[in-house]
Design a protein around this ligand. Structure first.
Ligand SMILES: NC(=O)C1=CN([C@@H]2O[C@H](COP(=O)(O)OP(=O)(O)OC[C@H]3O[C@@H](n4cnc5c(N)ncnc54)[C@H](OP(=O)(O)O)[C@@H]3O)[C@@H](O)[C@H]2O)C=CC1
Ligand SMILES: O=C(O)C1=N[C@H](C(=O)O)C[C@H](O)C1
Length: 271
């Protein structure tokens, strides 16, 4: 039998970092070989298991991402755009699969991720759950079928700690709706209304972000016409759906050609 896939996790103390550590532990084909946290974080230099309040695991929390990349076949990264950009270059250097769940990138930052894709398998998705990725396909099909008599609005709600808006998922859904209509999302996206906005422009795709409490992630894609409305909805109630998707991506990426991939590739749902 071949050895287990060695997986590193960036941002171990984060909401997703802790889920990812659990998900790697649950995956028979994977083993956790390294974790990082932000330089200066209280967990640096401590045993991961003890830092998490349990028994020792023999993995020390590092502030050196290169060390983790060097000892891993895949690294899963749900941190910040700045940290992920630096990590992409290290993934290329180490020829390591880089699974990126981080959201909140600017267009310029997304372009800056590209050079690394020549040397490493880079799987990036604003949402790694099966349900949301299926929802993007449904959104594209419904948008294609309905035409501009149906106004498209995307509403998302997340916990009070989320720092970026609209969510990465809302942007994925917006891209999918625009693709269904055969238009560029950037040309039709209306990313926030306030004050005297004027009437809604036909063909626009509106996005609205709500923040509060401990909401894991909720997304509605609303198709509103005169006299009727269709609502496609995804409700996430457990962050493990994202973590399990990320581990699946890390395993799927082994032996692939360097390049840019997303969860539609991983799930085999590309038509
Ligand atoms: N694609 C998907 O399916 C999903 C994506 N996300 C995205 O993942 C990201 C993280 O979300 P969440 O876990 O809730 O956020 P958290 O803030 O809880 O976690 C991020 C972690 O990364 C750490 N960190 C920051 N900088 C570095 C660094 N340079 N090196 C190592 N670690 C670092 C943070 O440390 P500190 O707090 O000390 O700064 C923190 O522990 C967000 O962009 C979010 O939108 C979330 C869920 C699902
Ligand atoms: O920050 C979060 O929590 C989440 N972020 C992702 C996003 O921006 O869409 C995915 C999920 O909705 C949770």
């Amino acid at each position: 039998m071949q050895g287990k896939v060695r997986i590193g996790v960036m941002g171990a103390a984060g909401r997703m970092g802790q889920m990812l550590i659990r998900a790697v532990g649950e995956a028979e084909a994977a083993t956790l070989t390294g974790v990082t946290e932000r330089p200066g974080h209280a967990w640096i230099g401590r045993d991961l298991g003890e830092a998490m309040g349990g028994p020792a695991r023999g993995v020390t929390v590092s502030d050196d991402p290169l060390e983790v990349f060097a000892g891993a076949d895949a690294v899963i990264d749900f941190t910040t755009p700045q940290a992920t950009l630096a990590n992409a270059a290290l993934a290329a250097q180490a020829r390591c699969v880089h699974v990126i769940g981080t959201t909140g990138f600017t267009d310029k930052e997304i372009a800056a991720l590209e050079p690394a894709q020549r040397h490493s398998v880079q799987v990036r998705a604003g949402n790694m759950s099966l349900g949301v990725n299926l929802l993007t396909l449904l959104t594209r099909k419904v948008a294609q079928a309905l035409g501009e008599d149906f106004d498209i609005e995307i509403v998302e709600m997340h916990h009070r700690h989320k720092v970026d808006a609209p969510s990465g998922t809302a942007l994925m859904l917006g891209e999918a709706a625009a693709a269904g209509r055969g238009v560029a999302f950037a040309d039709v996206a209306d990313r926030g209304r306030d004050g005297q906005t004027g009437a809604r422009r036909r063909g626009d795709i509106g996005l609205a972000a709500l923040r509060g409490g401990d909401v894991v992630g909720e997304h509605d894609v609303i198709f509103a016409a005169d006299g009727e409305r269709i609502v496609l909805r995804h409700l996430a109630t457990d962050r493990m759906i994202f973590a399990r998707g990320a581990v699946r991506a890390a395993l799927w990426g082994q032996g692939r050609k360097p390049g840019a991939y997303d969860m539609i590739d991983v799930l085999g749902m590309r038509d």
